[in-house]
Write a protein that binds this ligand. Structure first.
Ligand code: PDD
Length: 283
């Protein structure tokens, strides 16, 4: 089954290989996207393609494809894969060149995609919620670029795994930035709060959808810098991403968040999100 695409060719993932001097391999010099697909329809694809463009602009790499060409390539990959719900990974690197830091001249970028079944949380997992730990966000100053060089995110996320938890909530200079692989929302006294988009976090497509749904359904919400004390004193804490959707964090650093179970607003937002997804699929 052709579950991958590499530089103009659809092929099985196991057969997709790149030369070791690909700058993605030696430098982490590239960007990526992860697009959830529901019932064979890519969710919010235009937003993902816009963010891909922003990431490419951020690393000064020309986009190898127009938005229409991307839509076509992704559509072909998705159509030929068995699963209805998929997660499509897209990566563009600065290509293969002798190892030297300066941008290579006249080098074609490497374009790689693969798809796999999208596994979202079960009702039981949602009802249980997850635990998280906090850590100082020591990443660089361009976390808005969805860069493949994820070493800091990996080390930070592993702190959560080592503690038997799902996610690391990152704090920079005493303020919430995001999760190691998700955005973080805070609920206090019925008000949903999220940090404002900046270069210090990746603005998730899920983050945008959650705020749109809050707006559309009259849920009080604020987008502003959130101090560590607000995170620790939250009634509810959520992590959001294309693969985790909306997941309640029920303990933080071993301390129960609010009542220690997924809160009412998390459950409501998850229901709104699931309905919204279904509407988009039907459209
Ligand atoms: N990551 N922030 C970071 C650092 C992330 O890695 C992600 C998602 C998000 C949420 O973005 P979105 O809602 O668009 O998925 C925020 C993906 C899922 C990954 O790296 O696998």
């Amino acid at each position: 089954m052709n579950d991958a695409y590499l530089n103009g060719r659809f092929l099985p993932l196991a057969e997709a290989t790149v030369p070791v001097l690909d700058r993605g391999f030696v430098f982490g010099d590239g960007v990526y996207e992860l697009v959830p697909v529901y019932s064979k329809k890519p969710f919010r694809l235009d937003d993902h393609l816009r963010r891909l463009q922003a990431s490419l602009d951020g690393i000064r790499l020309a986009n190898p494809h127009s938005a229409d060409a991307w839509r076509e390539l992704i559509g072909t990959l998705v159509a030929h894969y068995d699963a209805d719900d998929q997660s499509v990974y897209i990566q563009v690197t600065r290509g293969v060149a002798p190892r030297d830091h300066p941008f290579p001249q006249n080098t074609a970028p490497t374009v790689f995609m693969f798809t796999q079944p999208l596994v979202t949380a079960t009702a039981e997992q949602k009802a249980a919620g997850v635990c998280a730990v906090t850590a100082v966000d020591y990443r660089w100053q361009r976390c808005d670029i969805k860069a493949i060089s994820l070493l800091a995110n990996i080390l930070l996320r592993q702190q959560a795994i080592d503690a038997g938890c799902a996610e690391t909530v990152m704090l920079r200079d005493g303020f919430l930035s995001e999760g190691a692989a998700s955005n973080i929302f805070v609920v206090k006294d019925g008000v949903l709060r999220a940090p404002p988009p900046s270069r210090l976090m990746l603005t998730g497509i899920t983050y945008d959808v959650v705020l749109e749904l809050a707006q559309a359904h009259g849920i009080a919400h604020e987008v502003r810098a959130l101090a560590e004390a607000e995170v620790r004193g939250a009634d509810e804490l959520w992590m959001t991403s294309s693969t985790r959707e909306i997941m309640a964090i029920v303990t933080l650093d071993g301390v129960p968040v609010g009542s220690g179970v997924p809160g009412p607003l998390a459950q409501r937002m998850d229901a709104l999100y699931q309905t919204f997804k279904r509407e988009v699929m039907r459209a």
